[in-house]
Ligand binder design. Structure first.
Ligand code: SF4
Length: 345
C-alpha cells in the first residue's frame, strides 16, 4: 500500500513514503559500512572467519542512502562490523549531515561502535554532524570485558572512548550490553550503578541467535523480567514511556531520578509489530528484517545502471515484502542467512 500525502503528489514529487504490507511505516535505515571488526566477541564471532563481504565506496553508500531518504527515511544508523575502521567515515557523516528529510529536517544520524577507536574520533564525528553514538560494552570490569572481546587492554580503551564521546556531546550516550547467562549476567547490578556514575543509558539486550557458531539456546537468554527484578532489588525502578513509536528498548528510570536503563527484549517481548527498520548490508543488499532468509541486491542494480527512479521503485517493492516478525524459539525457526557481524546491529 503506497500512501501519497498532498505535498508528495504531482510531477516533481519524490516517490511516496515507505510502508510494508502490514501498514508499518519504515523511517529507520541501518547501514553497515564494513563487516571488518577489530574485536572477536565470543558471542558474535565464535569462529575464526574474517570479513566475507565487499565494502562499497563511500559515495556509493551516499547515493543509496539518498534514495532511501527521498522515500521518507528520517533516521540513519551507521553500523558494521566496526564502522570506525572505515577511513572516510567522517566524510560520509559530513555528507549525510547535509541531507534533508522529506519535511526539510536534518537526518537523525547515529552510529553503533565497539568504542575502541572512539577516543580520537568522537570530536571529529560530532563536528561533522553525527548526533549520537551507541557503544557496545558487555562488562564493567576489565577481566570479564576482555574475556568476552578477546582483546587484552580493551576495557580502559573503550571506557576512554565513552568518556570522550560524552565530552564531545554525542548524547544521549547509550551503552548496549548483550547478556548471556554464565558469561556476563553477573554484571547486571554493576551496570546499573555504571549508568548513574557515567551518566549513560545502559541498554541490556536479550541474546539473539545471530552468532557465527551454535552458542544460542533459550537457557542462555537472560529475560527482561529477571533483569528488572535483579536491578529493582538494589536500585528501585519505574517504567518510562517510549520516546518514539517503534523504539526497541523498554525504558526504566531509577525512582530517585538519577539515570535510566533500557531493555531490548526481542526474545521474550518481541516488538516486531511496530518495526520501522530496514537494513543495508556492507555490500549493498537490502535486508527487510534482521532474520531475513533472502536479500535484495540494490547495489547490483545500481551497478547495472538503473535510474534513481527504478531503484526507488525497487526499494518500494522490496519493503512491501517485509517479514511480519521473527520466529525465534518456534519449531522450524531458521537462523538468518548471515551472522550479526555481517549484517550490522
Ligand atoms: S526481528 Fe525483524 S521484524 Fe522484528 S523487530 Fe527485528 S527487524 Fe523488525
Amino acid at each position: 500500500m503506497v500512501t501519497a500525502s498532498p505535498i508528495l503528489s504531482g510531477p516533481f514529487a519524490p516517490a511516496a513514503r515507505l510502508t510494508d504490507s502490514y501498514g508499518r511505516v519504515i523511517h529507520d535505515l541501518r547501514v553497515s559500512i564494513t563487516d571488518r571488526c577489530n574485536y572477536k566477541c565470543v558471542y558474535c564471532r565464535t569462529g575464526e572467519a574474517g570479513p566475507q563481504y565487499p565494502e562499497l565506496a563511500i559515495d556509493e553508500y551516499l547515493r543509496l542512502i539518498r534514495l532511501f531518504v527521498s522515500l521518507g527515511i528520517t533516521k540513519v544508523r551507521l553500523t558494521g562490523g566496526e564502522p570506525l575502521l572505515r577511513r572516510s567515515l567522517v566524510d560520509l557523516v559530513r555528507e549525510l549531515a547535509n541531507l534533508r528529510t522529506l519535511t526539510g529536517e536534518p537526518l537523525d544520524l547515529a552510529l553503533t561502535t565497539n568504542g575502541h577507536l572512539l577516543d580520537s574520533l568522537a570530536a571529529p564525528l560530532k563536528a561533522a554532524g553525527l548526533n549520537r553514538v551507541t557503544v557496545s560494552m558487555d562488562a564493567v570490569d576489565a577481566p570479564t570485558f576482555e574475556r568476552i572481546t578477546r582483546i587484552p587492554g580493551s576495557f580502559q580503551t573503550v571506557l576512554g572512548g565513552v568518556r570522550a564521546a560524552r565530552a564531545a556531546g554525542l548524547t544521549p550516550l547509550k551503552i548496549n550490553c548483550v547478556l548471556l547467562r554464565g558469561f556476563n549476567d553477573d554484571q547486571i547490578e554493576s551496570f546499573a550503578h555504571f549508568a548513574r556514575q557515567e551518566d549513560v543509558v545502559v541498554r541490556f539486550i536479550e541474546f539473539m541467535p545471530l552468532e557465527e557458531g551454535r552458542l544460542w539456546s533459550p537457557e542462555i537468554v537472560v529475560p527482561l523480567r529477571e533483569i528488572v527484578k535483579r536491578i529493582g532489588r538494589v536500585l528501585p525502578l519505574v517504567e518510562l514511556p517510549p520516546r518514539e513509536a517503534g523504539e526497541t528498548a523498554r525504558r526504566y528510570g531509577f525512582t530517585d531520578g538519577r539515570g535510566e536503563i533500557g531493555i531490548i527484549a526481542p526474545v521474550t517481548q518481541a516488538f516486531c509489530g511496530a518495526c520501522s527498520r530496514v537494513r543495508l548490508t556492507s555490500d549493498g543488499k537490502i535486508r527487510t528484517c534482521l532474520f531475513s532468509q533472502v536479500e535484495h541486491d540494490l547495489y547490483g542494480r545500481l551497478r547495472a545502471g538503473e535510474s534513481d527512479q527504478d531503484l526507488r521503485d525497487y526499494i518500494h517493492r522490496t519493503v512491501q515484502g517485509k517479514e511480519a516478525r521473527h520466529h525465534i524459539g518456534e519449531p522450524g525457526f531458521l537462523k538468518p542467512s548471515r551472522s550479526m557481524v555481517h549484517i550490522g546491529g
